[in-house]
Design a protein around this ligand. Structure first.
Ligand SMILES: [Zn+2]
Length: 377
């Protein structure tokens, strides 16, 4: 494995080399490793519903609703949906969400997409998933009632969990450019529907142009009410955004947070408060948050003792799975078995669950004691 890692580290085309669909002649151990990581029970705490739309489903919805697309062939749609082939760019990456929300066109479409997200995660052996979505953006895109969007998603997720071996919880997302009254409305919805699996609130969007301090009281109240709070910060913005997320927004988890390492005081704050970091390497590469996967700070975050977790962000936009993210963590960043295990169990401890539910999840992950990693890991 050591030889494989060195070879891969030398290659600037590493993400393409590892692509499931474009591998021409991969080393056999890459297949073996990927199969092992795929079988491994996993947890994803950071995945967006609006970034998780199958290409075939997108084509079907376009056809049904007469949405104009450059092509209806899934291979042609890759360039339209995915960021893999493009120059890394944060704002272009965010713009994909506006584009994809056009396809959450009807109740049936939303329910289908939500069910497929759960099925795809379960097929990747994700046993616990926290899925987030922006209800106001989805309702505005199609003039749906806000409550309807939340009910459709929560119902679809509840149904999907009955057929797949996975537990799913939901996080309601607020954009950084949102007005205060709408953010308050979203919080009320989260509280109203918390018995339908809503466990937290998220702040997302452009952290460079929107510090969003005016929205902080909404998130502080969410914490007081017992909801989890996670804030996208330190993704492309600086460590100060991470500090604000903790001190002003009372975040227990940070979406990405990779730029926190630029400031030792912020690192100390993360350690003192045991704040979890939701790291998504492929997304970080595609937004330009990191220049290469081999220079990603994930190994440093673990070495510092930060409560670091590994996640997908947007499987469809990034053309990834959680298995792929673990594969990258091993082959591009050189993580070993102890660190891999640490990432999974950090996620278990950082999940927005009651202690009783967490204990039950720990029980489910007891099978980890039986896992024997391959020799090369
Ligand atoms: Zn995200």
């Amino acid at each position: 494995m050591a030889v494989l890692q060195r070879d891969l580290r030398r290659s600037d085309t590493f993400p393409v080399f590892l692509s499931r669909k474009r591998q021409a002649d991969p080393l056999p151990s890459t297949y073996e490793l990927r199969a092992f990581l795929q079988r491994m029970p996993k947890i994803d705490l950071h995945r967006h519903l609006e970034g998780s739309l199958r290409l075939q489903t997108l084509a079907d919805i376009a056809m049904e609703h007469g949405i104009d697309l450059p092509s209806l062939k899934t291979e042609d749609l890759r360039r339209y949906v995915q960021a893999r082939e493009e120059q890394p760019d944060y704002h272009r990456f965010l713009a994909k969400f506006r584009l994809l929300r056009r396809f959450y066109r009807s109740r049936e479409a939303l329910e289908r997409i939500a069910a497929e997200v759960v099925a795809d995660a379960a097929a990747d052996n994700v046993r616990y998933l926290e899925l987030r979505f922006n209800p106001i953006a989805l309702s505005r895109a199609q003039r749906f009632r806000l409550q309807d969007v939340v009910e459709w998603v929560t119902d679809a997720i509840a149904r999907a969990q009955q057929t797949d071996s996975i537990t799913v919880r939901l996080i309601l997302q607020i954009g950084r450019d949102e007005v205060l009254s709408v953010a308050e409305e979203i919080l009320e919805l989260a509280l109203t529907y918390r018995d339908r699996g809503i466990v937290g609130m998220d702040l997302a969007g452009d952290e460079v142009n929107y510090p969003a301090h005016r929205l902080a009281p909404v998130f502080r109240r969410a914490r007081q009410e017992g909801l989890g709070v996670t804030i996208h910060a330190g993704e492309v913005g600086g460590a100060a955004n991470v500090r604000d997320a903790i001190l002003l927004f009372h975040a227990q988890r940070i979406g990405h947070g990779i730029h926190a390492l630029e400031n030792s005081e912020v690192v100390r704050l993360l350690l003192e408060r045991n704040i979890a970091l939701e790291v998504c390497p492929t997304s970080n590469l595609q937004t330009g948050a990191v220049h290469s996967l081999s220079h990603h700070p994930l190994p440093d975050m673990l070495a510092l003792g930060l409560r670091t977790t590994l996640n997908t962000d947007d499987p469809s936009i990034s053309d990834t799975t959680l298995t792929d993210e673990y594969l990258i963590a091993v082959t591009a960043m050189g993580l070993g078995w102890t660190q891999i295990r640490g990432l999974v169990f950090n996620a278990l401890e950082a999940a927005f669950l009651t202690e009783e539910e967490r204990e039950a999840l720990r029980g489910q992950f007891g099978e980890w004691n039986e896992i024997r990693p391959p020799d090369f890991l």
